[in-house]
Design a protein around this ligand. Structure first.
Ligand SMILES: [Zn+2]
Length: 95
């Protein structure tokens, strides 16, 4: 469920705010509220789907060192959100 900025085409990074989850463009500052059906809270899906997408991002967009650095920063933020999300969802048990 990765979304891209309609203005500049960069990856929108999920950011948690008091008002809820927002998708924010780190390049131009565009932001929008994440829809409830975005699926960020589905713990099981997150680890599989997002990881796959991250792999795609890292493997397909390495064009220069600068670009790579940029992607790394984005990925780091993604991971932080994942960890935060998964932490919040933990405790119920799988079965
Ligand atoms: Zn943008």
């Amino acid at each position: 469920m990765v979304e891209f900025c309609p203005k500049c085409g960069s990856i929108l990074v999920p950011v948690r705010k008091k008002e809820g989850l927002f998708l924010v463009c780190k390049k131009c500052g565009y932001e929008k509220k994440a829809s409830k059906s975005a699926g960020y809270k589905k713990k099981e899906k997150i680890s599989e789907n997002k990881k796959n997408k991250l792999v795609i991002i890292t493997s397909s967009s390495i064009t220069s060192k600068e670009k790579l650095q940029e992607e790394r920063e984005l990925l780091q933020e993604y991971y932080e959100v994942f960890l935060e999300t998964m932490e919040g969802e933990e405790g119920g048990g799988e079965e």
